[in-house]
Write a protein of this length. Structure first.
Length: 760
């Protein structure tokens, strides 16, 4: 009886177990219907962006197509310009935003250290009026110093800093909108340095630092230069970031054929290109079958010509569309792509609240200035415009190689860490000025000048300046500029000078005599500067001298003289350039009183006014300028006090200074087009083709003119305004502006000019 019971129990248990198993199997089968299948695994996509200078703008075109096709990027490795484009994309900027930045950026300015002229201190703007050689030399311990590189990178650094400010608090590049690595080269060892943490701006800047062009970047104890030297195509870096499929964009320049290897610099560049291409081939050999290589058809486009950025972006787009079918296999659906874009946008959150300001080690010399300048930024969200204004205010003084900041985190509090690096050629430096005029008919004049500046002789920023000039005007001069405080704007400036200059006496367009006037002057100025745009100044000066006849018969007796002069002047300067201005305005209004002490019975009160305004439309620029002066007394004959006209852009059809009078007025309209853009910093010369229209004259008062006519002498009046014109080719060189021009007068006079230096 027992056995049957056990058998029945076992049978019932087996049936129940089979039923349960059947139900479970059915439920599992129903869960595996096609609609409920999990999404297949999406490969992790890595983007590799090579170096290539201006050619690297093609990366932007590739990114635009990838976004348009809904291809996500999970990791980015970039070198040189590839690191810049990749770093901006990793910071959360869209391809179109990067394109807008790159095409609107003035690359010629971005690759210069000096701030835009409108951001310089007024003192440095005034220096630019006469000392136009753009390459200052340092002087320290009796040695002349040159910069470590042609470009220190201040302006480019601040541009990148501003663009990446929303992610400045991120120090682990894996936490960016897309994980990112920049490749640089250790200048001491030659090893590739993979940068994946720290400050994003300095990482991009280090990867871009071509040796000899950019100064190296010191980062975490290493001296870093362009990553293209060690690894121009960082495929292995992207693979190490966990990428399953790579999209590789190679914009490296091709090797030149034999017929183009015609100079030592070209041959040196070819040798470097050979090494870079060899490294790139080694990296390309590591690609897998599923990886995609995009090579934009850039031909022999220059790596240094940033004027082609817009065109190169289009070439990059075309190359990416050529790989459409392979890229389409990596695309996301609309909803997944929307989530991808939203995650990228979230990375660029608002700037952090700044709780403290600190000065980095090595910058303690500037601690007081830096802390006082930036301390009011604490307790509020970081304002990029406010930071930029303060950086400009200090850097614009011209005493620093670089002034930089970065956002740091300390105990869950964010702050600004500031670093200032002394000018590598300062604080004392030399500047030079040149002026040369040749009428191409055997008559020429020249001036060569040198300025020695001893800066920071007082805590508020005092300067002691010595000037030496030889030529048509020779001088030895000194001045001591003494600000009364760092921020009040008030200053005092004692000065002295000994000067010898030529004055010509003319009859019509013919020179009848020439004087050499020797003077010694000393005085003191007082004034106040308003920011970096304006100044009001007054002063008194005593001048003693004598004149000697060098050529011809004197129309007036030679004499020695002594005068005391008083002046009051207001200056305004927001012009972007003194050579070939494109935007901004400049003006000056002055009253000067000359009082005789000895040698003449004449006194003079003169008022002068100068104004210039420039506006650009693309490559075209219109400049309107006017100058005028009047003498309140009548019968003035002292040649030193007469106003001259004539010469290039000052009635261009007449000889220089061929018209003189106690009153004058002239208006000019210049139109020119930039026909050569210039390369980054010093690789090319910006070139302009233009014309000038001028109307003006010198004149006497009506009573004096009537007396002159009674003696049969012609008299110039403002009523018979002269009209002149000029056509010119201008080059903005390191030595200053160079003009090749021809001037025409309505009366048939014509002058030719080869001119180096300022003209008005």
């Amino acid at each position: 009886m027992v056995r049957p019971r056990l058998g029945l129990f076992s049978f019932i248990f087996a049936v129940l177990w089979l039923a349960a198993a059947s139900i479970t199997t059915a439920e599992q089968a129903s869960d595996q219907t096609p609609d409920a299948q999990p999404a297949p695994h999406r490969p992790r996509i890595g983007l590799v962006l090579s170096g290539g200078g201006a050619r690297g703008a093609a990366h932007i075109g590739v990114l635009k197509v990838l976004e348009e096709m809904h291809v996500p990027i999970d990791a980015i490795a970039g070198t040189s310009m590839g690191a810049v484009v990749g770093g901006l994309y990793a910071s959360g900027l869209s391809p179109r935003e990067i394109e807008a930045v790159m095409t609107s950026l003035n690359w010629q300015d971005a690759f210069r250290d000096r701030p835009p002229r409108e951001d310089l201190t007024l003192r440095r703007k005034q220096e630019d009026q006469n000392f136009l050689v753009k390459f200052p030399l340092g002087l320290r311990g009796g040695k002349v110093l040159l910069p470590k590189g042609l470009i220190q990178g201040q302006r480019l650094n601040q541009t990148l800093r501003r663009l990446t400010l929303p992610v400045a608090h991120i120090t682990n590049f894996d936490d960016l909108a897309a994980p990112f690595r920049a490749v640089a080269t250790d200048l001491e060892t030659g090893d590739a340095v993979i940068i994946g943490s720290g400050d994003l701006t300095s990482a991009m800047r280090a990867s871009l630092s071509a040796p000899g062009v950019f100064a190296p970047v010191e980062r975490e104890g290493r001296l870093l230069v362009d990553g293209g030297i060690a690894d121009n195509l960082p495929i292995d870096v992207a693979r190490a970031m966990g990428a399953d499929v790579l999209i590789v964009v190679d914009v490296g320049a091709p090797l030149l054929p034999r017929e183009k290897l015609s100079s030592a610099p070209v041959i040196s560049n070819q040798m470097l290109a050979i090494l870079i291409q060899r490294s790139s081939r080694e990296q390309l050999a590591k690609l897998a079958p599923d990886d995609i290589v995009i090579r934009p058809a850039l031909g022999d486009a220059s790596s240094f010509d940033f004027g082609i950025v817009a065109r190169v972006i289009g070439v990059g787009e075309a190359a990416a569309r050529g790989a459409h079918d392979r890229l389409a296999a990596l695309a996301l659906g609309p909803q997944d792509m929307q989530r991808y874009v939203e995650r990228r946008e979230q990375a660029r959150r608002g700037p952090p609240r700044i709780e403290f300001v600190e000065v980095e080690s090595g910058s303690q010399h500037y601690s007081q200035k830096l802390e006082s300048l930036f301390k009011d930024l604490t307790g509020k969200p970081l304002d990029p415009d406010a930071v930029a204004r303060r950086v400009t205010a200090l850097y614009g003084q011209g005493t620093l190689d670089t002034l930089d900041y970065r956002v740091v985190e300390e105990n869950d509090r964010y702050g600004i860490s500031l670093s200032a690096r002394d000018n590598s050629i300062g604080p004392n430096y030399l500047r030079f000025g040149l002026n040369l005029q040749d009428d191409l008919q055997g008559s020429s004049t020249y001036n060569a000048a040198m300025r020695f500046v001893m800066s920071e002789i007082t805590q508020p920023g005092g300067e002691w300046v010595w000037d030496l000039q030889i030529g048509q005007t020779s001088l030895v001069a000194t001045e001591v500029f003494l600000p009364l405080s760092p921020s009040s704007g008030y200053f005092v400036m004692p000065h002295a000078a000994t000067v010898a200059r030529d004055f010509a006496a003319l009859s019509g367009q013919n020179e009848t005599a020439q004087y050499r006037v020797h003077t010694f002057a000393y005085g003191v100025d007082f004034g106040r500067q308003f920011g970096n745009w304006g100044e009001i100044r007054t002063g008194v000066q005593r001048e003693e001298g004598h004149s000697t006849l060098t050529i011809g018969t004197p129309p007036v007796p030679l004499q020695s003289f002594a005068t005391r002069a008083y002046f009051l002047r207001f200056s305004y300067d927001r012009l972007d350039d003194v050579n070939f201005p494109r935007n901004g305005q400049q003006a000056a209004l002055q009253w000067q009183a000359d009082r005789n002490v000895r040698g003449s019975d004449q006194t003079a009160d003169q008022i002068t006014f100068n104004y210039l305004a420039a506006h650009s439309f693309g490559r075209h620029t219109a400049v309107f300028s006017t100058s005028a002066g009047t003498t309140l007394e009548s019968g003035l004959t002292d040649v030193r006090l007469l106003f001259p006209l004539g010469g290039l852009f000052n009635l261009s059809g007449l000889k220089a200074n061929s018209l003189t009078g106690p009153h004058f007025g002239i208006a000019r309209l210049q139109l020119y087009r930039q026909i050569g853009r210039g390369g980054p910093g010093y690789f090319d010369v910006p070139t302009y083709l233009g014309m000038s229209l001028e109307a003006g004259n010198v004149w006497q008062t009506h009573r004096v003119c009537q007396a002159l006519r009674n003696t049969g002498t012609d008299c110039q009046t403002f009523g018979n305004t002269r009209r002149d014109a000029a056509v010119f080719l201008g080059l903005d060189t390191l030595l200053g502006p160079v003009y090749l021009a021809s001037g025409f007068d309505e009366h048939g006079d014509q002058e030719f000019y080869l001119f180096l230096g300022r003209t008005f």
